[in-house]
Design a protein around this ligand. Structure first.
Ligand code: NAP
Length: 533
C-alpha cells in the first residue's frame, strides 16, 4: 500500500463505503479509507446498545446504487436492528471488495493542507502519515459521544457506559440496579429492553419527549416481494421528497381538516406507526397551531397508556413542538413505565448533582445504581470534524474557522480548505433526511466534481466566500421557515453541549430542493466554487 494517494476517505460507514466505491471503481483513483473501528459500519459499529434499531424502514434504509444488491439483499423486519445493518454493510463491503482499501483500527487525528504541493497530509493515532490530493470526511453526524461532566463519575463503584461506545460483548443487566440518563431516541429504544432484565431501572428524565410506536414486525413474504418489485418507484419517491423516506407527506392541512376526521387520521397513523406519523399533515412543521393538534394527540396517548398519573404527567409535560426535535419511535416505551421495576425521576425539577460511589444523587436524594447508562447523545455534526486537528491554507485550524459555528458552502466545502469535501456535514440536509439517500447524493456529487476536474485538468476546488455567506443565509432562512428552532435545547442547534455555538446546523429546505440546487450549481459550471488549474 502506498501512502501517496489521489483520495483519502475518513470513515467506513454508509458514506465512506460508497464514496470509496465511487472514486476507486468508477473513476479509477488510488483511494485509502482510514477507519477508527475494527470493522465497517460507522454509527452502527459503535451504537450496539440494547434495542438499537433504525427508525427508517428497512426497504428505504439501504443503498440504491445497485439494482443487483437491492434484489439480492433481504431484510427480515420492518425496521432493521443494529446486528442486521452490520450484516448488510459487511455484505456490501465484501460484494464490492471494499475492505482491501480500508485501514481499520486507524484513527485520523489531524490533517494539514500544503499549498505549495496542493496536497493534504493526514496523520493517524499511530503516528503514520499519508498524503493525498483530495480529502473526504465521511465521519458521520452522531459519532462523538457526549458524556456530561458530572462530578464523582471517576469514583463510581459500578460500571458505566455511553450508548454510542457500547462494549462488543454486551452488558448483562440481570439482577442489577440500573440508572439511565437521557430520553432521546436512544434512551427511548434502550429503556424497554433494559427493563426486561434489570432488577430495577431508574430513568433520569430532563426533557420529556414525544414518541410514536414503531409497530415493528417481521416482514411478510408478500411485503418483501412488494418492495423488490417496486424498488424503482420507491426510489423515485425517496428522491423526490423532502426527507428521503419512501413515503410522501400528505397534502392535507391539519387545521383545515374537521376535528373528528383529524383525530381519525392521527389514530390511523398511530396504528400504522413510525416516522410517517409526522407526514399526516402538510403543515405540522410550519404552523404551531397545526403542530399543537399532533402534540395534544400524543400527550393524550401517553396519559392513556401510563397508569400512574404522576408518571404520566411527567412524561407528557413536553416543552417543544412535536418533531421540532428528532422524533423518536419506540417499542413499548411508555408501557414500560407500568412495570414495577421502573421508576421515573424528574431531573429538570431536581438536576443531577453528582455521581456517588453507589449511585446518582439529585437535590432530592440518592438513587442507588450498580450500572449507569449514559444515553446522553452526541456532540453532533461538528464534533466528529473538530476532534481532528484539521488545518487549511496558512495552517488555519477548522476549530478557529468554526469558532462561531459551522460555515461552509452547500455543506460540501469550506472556504480556506481546498480539496476537502465533507459528506453530510452541517449545512446539508443530512440528519433531516433518510441518511443513505443524503449520503448517496453527496458521494455522487463529490465524485462527479472530481471527474470534472480531471477532465478539465483542474487541480484545486475551493468554496468562495460570497457563496458561503449566501449559503449560510439560506440555511438559516430554511430553518426559520419551520418550527425546528423552537426546540431551543436540541442537538440540531448544538444546544446539548455546554459552550457550543447555537447555530441551526442541518439544511431544512428539504432533500429534493437541495438535490436540485446542487445540480444547478454543477450546470452553472460549479458556480460559487473557485476551480483552478
Ligand atoms: P439526544 O437526542 O441528544 O438525547 C440525549 C438525552 O440525554 C436527552 O434526553 C437529554 O436531555 C439527556 N441529557 C443529556 N445530558 C444530560 C444531563 N447532563 N442530565 C440529564 N439529561 C441529560 O441523543 P440520542 O438519544 O442518542 O439521539 C441522538 C440522535 O441519534 C437522534 O436524535 C437520532 O437522530 C439518532 N438516533 C437514531 C436512532 C435510530 O434511527 N433508530 C436511534 C437512536 C438515535 P435534554 O433533552 O434535556 O437535553
Amino acid at each position: 500500500m502506498t501512502n501517496d494517494l489521489d483520495a483519502i476517505v475518513i470513515g467506513a460507514g454508509f458514506a465512506g463505503l460508497y464514496q470509496l466505491l465511487c472514486l476507486r471503481d468508477r473513476l479509477g483513483l488510488s483511494v485509502q479509507v482510514l477507519e477508527a473501528g475494527e470493522g465497517v459500519g460507522g454509527t452502527w459499529y459503535w451504537n450496539r446498545y440494547p434495542g438499537a434499531r433504525c427508525d427508517s424502514e428497512s426497504h428505504g434504509y439501504c443503498y440504491s446504487f445497485s439494482e443487483e444488491l437491492q434484489q439480492e439483499w433481504e431484510w427480515s423486519e420492518r425496521y432493521p436492528g443494529q446486528p442486521e445493518i452490520m450484516r448488510y454493510l459487511n455484505h456490501v463491503a465484501d460484494k464490492f471488495d471494499l475492505k482491501r482499501s480500508i485501514r481499520f483500527d486507524t484513527r485520523v487525528v489531524g490533517a494539514r493542507y500544503d499549498e505549495a504541493s496542493n496536497r493534504w497530509h493526514v496523520r493517524t493515532d499511530a503516528g503514520e502519515e499519508f498524503n493525498t490530493k483530495f480529502l473526504i470526511t465521511a465521519v458521520g453526524c452522531l459519532s462523538t459521544a457526549n458524556v456530561p461532566k458530572i462530578s464523582g463519575l471517576d469514583d463510581f463503584g459500578g460500571d458505566w457506559y455511553h450508548t454510542g461506545q457500547w462494549p462488543h460483548e454486551g452488558v448483562d443487566f440481570t439482577g442489577k440496579r440500573v440508572g439511565i440518563i437521557g430520553t432521546g431516541s436512544t434512551g427511548i429504544q434502550a429503556i424497554p429492553v433494559i427493563a426486561q432484565t434489570a432488577a430495577h431501572l431508574t430513568v433520569f428524565q430532563r426533557t420529556a419527549n414525544y414518541s410514536v410506536p414503531a409497530q415493528n414486525a417481521p416482514l411478510t413474504p408478500e411485503a418483501k416481494r412488494y418492495f423488490k418489485d417496486n424498488m424503482a418507484e420507491l426510489r423515485r419517491v425517496m428522491h423526490s421528497n423532502a426527507n428521503g423516506q419512501p413515503f410522501m407527506v400528505s397534502e392535507r392541512m391539519a387545521l383545515a381538516t374537521p376535528a373528528e376526521e383529524r383525530m381519525a387520521l392521527y389514530e390511523a397513523a398511530w396504528e400504522k406507526g413510525g416516522l410517517e406519523f409526522r407526514a399526516t399533515f402538510q403543515d405540522l412543521l410550519v404552523d404551531r397551531a397545526a403542530n399543537d393538534t399532533a402534540s395534544d394527540f400524543i400527550r393524550t396517548k401517553i396519559q392513556t397508556i401510563v397508569k400512574d398519573p404522576e408518571t404520566a404527567a411527567l412524561l407528557s409535560d413536553i416543552d417543544h413542538p412535536y418533531a421540532a426535535k428528532r422524533p423518536p419511535i419506540d417499542t413499548h416505551y411508555f408501557e414500560t413505565y407500568n412495570r414495577d421495576n421502573v421508576t421515573l425521576v424528574n431531573v429538570k425539577a431536581a438536576p443531577i448533582e453528582r455521581i456517588t460511589p453507589t449511585g446518582i444523587a439529585t437535590r432530592n436524594g440518592e438513587y442507588p445504581a450498580d450500572i449507569i447508562v449514559f444515553a446522553t447523545g452526541f456532540d453532533a455534526m461538528t464534533g466528529p470534524m473538530l476532534r481532528m486537528d484539521i488545518r487549511g491554507r496558512d495552517g488555519v485550524s477548522l476549530a478557529d474557522t468554526w469558532q462561531a459555528g459551522p460555515r461552509n458552502y452547500l455543506g460540501l466545502q469550506i472556504e480556506g480548505f481546498p480539496n476537502l469535501f465533507t459528506i453530510t456535514g452541517p449545512g446539508s440536509p443530512s440528519v433531516l433526511c433518510n441518511m443513505p439517500v443524503a449520503i448517496e447524493q453527496h458521494a455522487e456529487w463529490i465524485s462527479g466534481c472530481i471527474a470534472h476536474m480531471r477532465e478539465q485538468g483542474l487541480e484545486r476546488i475551493e468554496a468562495m466566500p460570497d457563496a458561503s455567506d449566501a449559503w449560510m443565509e439560506q440555511v438559516n432562512a430554511a430553518a426559520n421557515a419551520t418550527l425546528l428552532p423552537q426546540a431551543t435545547h436540541s442537538w440540531y442547534l448544538g444546544a446539548n453541549v455546554p459552550g457550543k455555538p447555537r447555530i441551526f446546523m442541518p439544511y431544512a429546505g428539504g432533500m429534493a430542493r437541495y438535490r436540485q440546487i446542487c445540480a444547478e450549481i454543477v450546470a452553472n459550471n460549479y458556480e460559487g466554487f473557485a476551480l483552478t488549474g
